[in-house]
Design a protein around this ligand. Structure first.
Ligand code: ADP
Ligand code: MG
Length: 569
C-alpha cells in the first residue's frame, strides 16, 4: 500500500493543474493511525463531492469489545461516534473556492439511533470505518492542492484522533450511551415477556417542537401513567422506572380535540426505534413490528386480497386479488392493513385523523338506509376483534368521534389536557347500556389471505448504470421509475429510503423471480444481511456513505408501492 508521503507527492505534482488531474489521487494510503481510501474522485468542483473511507484498525481504535459485542451496543456506539465526528466536521467544513471546494460532509443523525454506513464498527475486531465526502478544492477549475492537503493531513487526522481513538474519548459520556442502549434493549425484551404492545415511561416528553422539528417541545406536560396501567421496570443499570404498559388486544385512545391523542399515537409510531438521550422518547417503545395504518388514496395496489374488508365492488372487480393504479381512501387503507399483516406486523396503529371514515365505521342509521348488499365495505370495527383473537394482531386506535369502538376495546385510555386516564371500567358500564348494533350478517374471515404475491424482475435495472435518487423521504426513483413514499410515516430518514433503493436493485438481481414471494424474498434478504452485513448488497463495489438501515416493514411497504416490479402491471 502507498504511504501518505506518496499522496503528498501526488498533490504537489497536480497542484494548479486542471481539475481532472485529481483522479490521480484515487486509491489507498497508509496514515499513522488509519488507512485513507479515496474511493471516488469527483469530475469537477460542482459535481457530487469525492467519497473517502477511513479505516482505523481495532488495535489503533482501542475500543474494548464490550462496547460492540452485541448488535444493539454496536449500533449505539456507532451512532455516538458518528455524532461526535459530525460535530467536529461541522466546525471544519467551509466552502473555499469554486463549487463544493472545501466542504466536508458526513451523515447527519436525527433523534433516532440508526445503523448507518457513515460509521461502522466491525463486531469481530473493533475496526472502525468512516465514510464521508469532501469537495476537492479548486479555484475555478484549477486544482488547489494545498487546501486538500490541509484537509487530508491536518483536519481529518485531528478529527479521527479526537473522536475515534478510545484513549481520547469521553468515556463517561460513552458509558452513558451504552447504559441507555442496554436499558432500551432490556425493556424491549421485557415487553415481549409481559406481552405488552407498548410502554411509555413516566416523565417522557411526547410532543415535538413543531410539525417540522423532531426536537422535544419545551415545557410540555410530561407523561404520567394511570395507576391501573403502571408497570415497574428494574433496569440493568440499577435504576427503576415506571410507566404505562399497553397490553395486547384492542386499545382505544379517546378524548376531546387537541388533548394530545395523536401526539401519543405518533410517539408510539416512532417507538419502533430507539431514541437518543434527551429526546424525551428514549423510554417510549412500541412493538418493533408496529405499523401505522392510514388512508392513502392514489396509491397503487397489486394483487392484494382485501376481501376481508371489501367485497362486491360495483364493477365486479375481484377483491381477493385486487389491483389498481389509483386506490380510494377505503381500499388503500384495507390494503395497508392486509399488507401490514403480511409483513408479520403484530400491532396496528390507527388515527381517525388519517383514516377513511367509511373504512373505520358505519353507523346504525346508515346500515338501515344503505343495506349490506349495496355496501362493499366491511368496516374495520367489524374486523378489529377477529384480527386480534384469530390472528394475534393488536390494534391501538385513536377514536375521538365514535363511541362504537367502545364495544370492541379491551382498554380505553382517555387523554384529558395531555394527561392520561384509564377509563376502561367506566366505559364498559356505559357501553352496556348502549348496545352496539353489529351487522348480523358480518361473516367471519374464512381464512387469512394467503400471501403468494410475487415481484417481477425489472429488466431495466440490470447492468451497472442504475441510478438511485431520493427526494427527501417522499420519493425514491430508480432509473426513471418512481415510488411515492410520502405516507410511510415510520420512515424517518432519507438515508433509509436510499438504502431501500439499493436493496431493491439487489433483490431484483439476486432474489426476485422463480417461486419467491414478496415475503420469502424479504426474509431471504434479511437473513443475508444478518449473516454478511451491508457488504452483501455491494459485493466488491464501494459502499455509499449515505445509507441507513430501514425496518423490514418499510422495505415491504415500498415494494408494495412500486408499480414496476409487481406482477400484472
Ligand atoms: P388531538 O389528536 O387530541 O386532537 P394532538 O395530539 O394533535 O391532539 O395535540 C394537540 C396539540 O397539543 C399539539 O400542538 C401538540 O403538540 C400539543 N401537545 C400534545 N401533547 C402535549 C403535552 N403533553 N404537553 C404540551 N403540549 C402537548
Ligand atoms: Mg388528532
Amino acid at each position: 500500500m502507498r504511504s501518505n508521503r506518496d499522496l503528498k507527492n501526488i498533490l504537489e505534482r497536480i497542484d494548479h493543474k486542471g481539475y481532472p488531474a485529481y483522479k490521480d489521487t484515487k486509491g489507498e494510503y497508509q496514515f499513522s493511525n488509519y488507512v485513507l481510501d479515496i474511493e471516488h474522485v469527483q469530475g469537477d468542483p460542482f459535481a457530487s463531492p469525492s467519497q473517502l473511507r477511513i479505516t482505523v484498525n481495532g488495535k489503533n481504535a482501542g475500543l474494548p469489545s464490550n462496547y460492540y459485542d452485541k448488535k444493539h451496543k454496536r449500533i449505539a456506539a456507532q451512532d455516538y461516534l458518528l455524532r461526535k465526528i459530525g460535530y467536529e466536521i461541522s466546525k471544519n467544513s467551509k466552502q473555499r473556492g469554486s463549487g463544493k471546494s472545501g466542504i466536508i460532509h458526513i451523515s447527519r443523525c436525527g433523534q433516532q439511533i440508526l445503523e448507518r454506513t457513515a460509521c461502522q464498527i466491525n463486531d469481530r475486531n473493533g475496526e472502525v470505518t468512516i465514510r464521508l465526502e469532501v469537495g476537492f478544492p479548486a479555484n475555478g477549475r484549477t486544482i488547489n492542492a494545498g487546501e486538500l492537503e490541509r484537509i487530508l493531513f491536518h483536519v481529518l487526522p485531528d478529527i479521527v484522533n479526537k473522536t475515534v481513538l478510545f484513549q481520547n474519548m469521553n468515556i463517561m459520556e460513552l458509558d452513558g450511551v451504552m447504559r441507555l442502549a442496554e436499558n432500551q434493549y432490556f425493556i424491549r425484551n421485557e415487553m415481549k415477556i409481559m406481552e405488552l404492545t407498548a410502554f411509555i415511561a413516566d416523565n417522557s416528553v411526547l410532543p415535538r417542537k413543531s410539525g417540522i422539528s423532531q426536537q422535544p417541545l419545551e415545557n410540555a406536560v410530561r407523561f404520567r401513567s394511570p395507576e391501573s396501567m403502571k408497570i415497574k421496570m428494574n433496569l440493568p443499570d440499577g435504576t427503576i422506572i415506571y410507566g404505562m404498559g399497553i397490553p395486547k388486544g384492542v386499545t382505544l385512545i379517546v378524548g376531546g380535540g387537541y388533548h394530545g391523542k395523536s401526539t401519543l399515537l405518533e410517539a408510539l409510531q416512532m417507538g419502533v426505534y430507539d431514541h437518543i438521550a434527551g429526546d424525551g422518547r428514549e423510554y417510549v417503545f412500541s412493538d418493533s413490528s408496529s405499523m401505522k395504518i392510514r388512508a392513502e388514496d392514489g396509491r397503487s395496489i397489486s394483487q392484494t386480497d382485501i376481501s376481508m374488508f371489501i367485497n362486491n365492488l360495483p364493477n365486479k372487480m375481484n377483491t381477493k386479488c385486487f389491483s389498481t393504479q389509483n386506490a380510494s381512501g377505503s381500499t388503500s387503507q384495507a390494503a395497508n392493513v392486509v399488507e401490514a399483516v403480511e409483513t408479520g406486523c403484530r400491532v396496528l396503529l390507527i388515527d381517525e385523523d388519517t383514516s377513511a371514515t367509511n373504512f373505520m365505521i358505519r353507523d346504525e342509521l346508515m346500515q338501515l338506509v344503505v343495506t349490506k348488499d349495496k355496501e362493499p365495505i366491511t368496516p374495520y370495527i367489524d374486523r378489529v376483534r377477529e384480527l386480534y383473537e384469530a390472528y394475534g394482531v393488536s390494534t391501538i386506535l385513536v377514536a375521538g368521534s365514535s363511541g362504537e369502538y367502545f364495544h370492541k376495546a379491551d382498554m380505553v385510555i382517555q387523554m384529558d389536557e395531555y394527561h392520561t386516564y384509564d377509563i376502561t371500567e367506566y366505559v364498559k358500564e356505559v357501553a352496556q347500556r348502549h348496545a352496539y348494533c353489529a351487522k348480523a350478517d358480518c361473516e367471519r374471515i374464512v381464512v387469512m389471505p394467503d400471501f403468494n404475491r410475487k415481484a417481477h424482475v425489472n429488466k431495466d435495472w440490470i447492468g451497472d448504470r442504475i441510478k438511485i435518487k431520493v427526494y427527501g423521504k417522499d420519493m425514491l426513483s430508480i432509473n426513471r421509475d418512481e415510488i411515492d413514499t410520502r405516507y410511510l410515516e415510520q420512515l424517518v430518514d432519507e438515508e433509509q429510503l436510499r438504502m431501500i433503493g439499493y436493496l431493491f436493485v439487489y433483490m431484483n438481481h439476486s432474489v426476485f423471480g422463480g417461486n419467491m414471494t414478496i415475503q420469502s424474498s424479504v426474509e431471504k434478504l434479511i437473513k443475508l444481511l444478518e449473516k454478511n452485513g451491508i457488504k452483501e448488497i455491494f459485493q466488491n463495489q464501494k459502499i455509499p456513505c449515505n445509507l441507513a438501515m430501514p425496518r423490514p416493514q418499510e422495505l415491504y411497504m415500498s415494494i408494495n408501492r412500486f408499480r414496476k416490479i409487481m406482477n400484472n402491471i
